[in-house]
Design a protein around this ligand. Structure first.
Ligand code: IMP
Ligand code: MG
Length: 172
């Protein structure tokens, strides 16, 4: 069994998520925002994030899957669920659980940018920098980690641990 080393407890997570929501509410200054959560990892984060916003918000989800094993997402990305609400001319924020290589995000940005949005920004719970390959701009992040495989608060290892309220680094 891999060991789970505590990284962020739920009180810390709550503060960091609230702080990101405050920055977003202040930047959008009363304007409506459409948040698009990337399935499935962002589900817990987006649920908490939107409850701290003080601006109007609509949410939807987009599904992507990358071929390869769970701890080493490969570079081939495929859409598994389309956005359903109308996002043309809207201020859109992509909500991610973690940006690692940045390849998923860069693929999503390319795809969504072609849909005639008013603006597009990115909000991620974790910004993991060591393996970054794509030069992606992250507008809002709750916490930066250098490396490691992180689980809990929506993040999984082979679909396990998404339900943990705290965040851990896995020691294999
Ligand atoms: P990318 O390498 O930036 O394209 O990351 C794609 C996806 O891989 C993320 O959205 C996560 O779902 C998953 N991922 C990357 N690093 C981790 C991790 O440390 N823990 C759990 N999932 C991860
Ligand atoms: Mg993800």
């Amino acid at each position: 069994m891999p060991e789970l080393v505590p990284l962020l407890n739920k009180e810390t997570i709550e503060k960091k998520v609230a702080a990101a929501a405050d920055r977003i509410s202040s930047d959008y200054n009363g304007r409506e925002v459409i948040m698009i959560g990337v399935l499935k990892g962002s589900v817990i984060f987006i649920s908490d994030l939107i409850r701290h916003l003080t601006i109007p918000v609509k949410i939807d989800f987009i599904g992507v899957s990358s071929y390869g094993s769970d701890d080493s997402p490969s570079e081939k990305i495929r859409l598994t669920k389309e956005v359903q609400i109308d996002i043309e001319n809207k201020d859109v924020i992509i909500v991610e659980d973690i940006v690692d290589t940045g390849l998923t995000l860069s693929w999503l940005i390319d795809r969504l940018s072609s849909l005639g949005l008013r603006s597009l920004k990115v909000c991620t719970f974790l910004d993991k920098r060591e393996r970054r390959k794509a030069d992606v701009m992250i507008d809002y992040s709750c916490h930066v980690v250098d490396k490691g495989f992180i689980v809990g608060y929506g993040l999984d290892y082979a679909e396990n641990y998404r339900n943990l309220p705290d965040v851990y680094c896995m020691k294999f």
